[in-house]
Design a protein around this ligand. Structure first.
Ligand code: HEM
Length: 481
């Protein structure tokens, strides 16, 4: 027995020593030295570690972003290296992680010149050849311009204001009957219905529920291990993409065959444009559907979650919105001026976007060698623009982990705030920026004027791969009056 224990101890010690040796060798040779630069340039890489072979520092990163504290990964390394730009190795790639707001802004502004959005082939297979997020150059400029134009202020004012309110009201009628709802799922379906209506003129029906189901598979595949074997999450996502593209493509054919039937939606405007092929339109619509509902629906859920634990903010919201209702009358739809008058609501929205971090980090690839703070980032390196780190930095936001909408009262105009970038920046700045804020404001108006509510149980936040509440945030609704 003693012999066996000794043998186990020896094997264990040798294994630990071996792993330690591999770890050191990887950091000294594997991770750093594979840069295409000479020795003197290597020395100027940002500080950092490429962690363990293959897995790198993925586990520490994963633990941090799934544990309610997405800054921990950054905090630990900032302390260790005394730098907010450092090297790491995440999910199979060596990366430069940046929590430096000025450098982050520089990276996003220089998209297409010094950096480019670059995604793995498996992701591109889901997005399509012409999905706006993965195209570059002239085609990107054209598609981005079309998206900005389709979602600009004037369009929102005319085409979206009324529709959003009707859909939110009819959804909340249903919620009022249900009383207990799983808010996260419900918001997901509601925002998908909104996008389906605005993009494809589809009213809530069996078809939109089916599309929502396909989107679950599609979204899961975006964040899965990309193995395309029958039954795998990734394979299901590819299948969902095919079905979704087929649906959009059939709608395009139908519209081309029956031009006399008029539709007031974004697909109609894309067809009027006349310069895009059907394949481009299909990929474009699919990405808009995806980008437009995955982020906004989470923002709606988180806004209610944050408010739930901040009764003072709920009181102030109700005061603001009850006053608007009193002037308008209960049955009249809100107009643009009413939306613009929601001052405290804008603070709640900013704070929700800051604390919710619906786009935790944005990745880019360096297309040239770049020097920053005396560090050299070589061409081909991936850069992780960690906007959440800036949003949750104590030195920028006092008690950064506390929901405090009043912090935005002195300065609600965030357009030039380099510390606050929930919608990214530069040539890929989110074109749905204004729509998302409008959806949030109108939803909050209708929700707080119609309901009081309470949370049913405790929920935990995970930020990976997209922020979500682990229990789906079940709530009980009570009609006000
Ligand atoms: C709270 C809601 C939203 C947040 C936090 C958000 C965030 C972002 C961010 C950070 C980016 C930049 C990604 C990058 O630089 O790689 C982006 C891009 C994009 N967003 Fe949004 N978004 C939201 C809502 C929407 C909505 C409602 C739509 C459309 C209906 C939309 C459509 C897009 C599109 C098409 C892109 C790609 C732009 C490009 O690559 O040129 N987003 N979004």
């Amino acid at each position: 027995m003693a012999d066996q224990i000794s043998l186990v101890l020896v094997v264990f010690t040798v294994a630990v020593a071996l792993l330690h040796f591999i770890h050191r060798w990887w950091n000294n040779h594997g991770g750093r030295k594979r840069s295409n630069n000479e020795e003197n340039q290597e020395a100027r890489l940002p500080p950092g570690s490429t962690g363990w072979p293959l897995i790198g520092e993925s586990f520490s990163f994963y633990r941090s972003v799934t544990n309610n504290h997405p800054r921990k990964f950054i905090d630990d390394r900032e302390k260790r290296y005394n730098s907010d730009i450092f090297v790491s190795h995440l999910f199979g790639r060596r990366v430069v992680v940046s929590a430096d707001p000025q450098f982050n802004k520089f990276v996003l502004q220089n998209e297409g010149r010094l950096f480019k959005a670059q995604y793995h082939e498996s992701f591109k297979a889901l997005i399509g050849n012409y999905g706006i997020v993965s195209v570059h150059g002239d085609l990107h400029r054209k598609l981005h311009g079309i998206a900005v134009n389709l979602l600009r202020f004037e369009r929102l004012r005319v085409d979206f204001m009324e529709e959003i309110q009707s859909l939110v009201h009819s959804t909340l009628d249903r919620w009022a009957e249900m009383k207990d709802i799983a808010l996260q799922n419900e918001c997901h379906q509601m925002v998908l219905n909104l996008m389906a209506k605005q993009l494809l003129d589809l009213s809530p029906s069996k078809e939109t529920t089916e599309i929502c189901g396909l989107f679950v598979d599609y979204t899961n595949a975006m964040i899965s291990i990309p193995i395309k074997i029958p039954g795998s999450t990734y394979a299901k996502g590819i299948k969902a993409r095919q079905l979704l593209i087929r649906k959009i493509s059939e709608m395009i054919k139908e519209r081309r065959n029956h031009p006399q039937v008029l539709h007031n939606d974004l697909l109609a405007k894309l067809l009027e444009e006349g310069s895009l092929s059907d394949e481009i339109i299909c990929d474009f619509i699919l990405v808009l559907l995806f980008a437009g509902h995955e982020t906004s629906s989470r923002a709606l859920t988180f806004a209610i979650k944050f408010l739930t634990y901040c009764p003072e903010a709920v009181k102030q919201m109700q005061k603001e919105h009850d006053a608007i209702l009193k002037i308008k009358g209960v049955h009249k739809k809100l107009e643009w001026e009413d939306y613009k008058s929601m001052k405290f609501t804008q603070c709640v929205i900013n704070e929700t976007l800051r604390l919710g971090n619906f786009s935790l980090a944005i990745s880019r690839e360096a297309t040239k060698d770049i020097t920053v703070k005396d560090y050299l980032i070589s061409k081909g390196w991936m850069i992780l623009v960690f906007s959440a780190a800036t949003h949750l930095r104590e030195s920028s936001y006092n008690e950064a982990f506390i929901f405090n909408p009043w912090r935005w009262e002195p300065d609600q105009d965030v357009s030039n705030n380099v510390l606050f970038t929930p919608f990214g920046g530069g040539p890929r700045l989110c074109p749905g920026y204004h729509l998302a804020k409008l959806e949030l404001a109108l939803f909050l108006h209708i929700f707080v004027t119609r309901f009081r509510w309470e949370a049913l149980g405790n929920d935990r936040t995970s930020y990976f791969p997209l922020p979500y509440l682990t229990e789906g945030f079940p709530i009980r609704l009570h009609c006000r009056q």
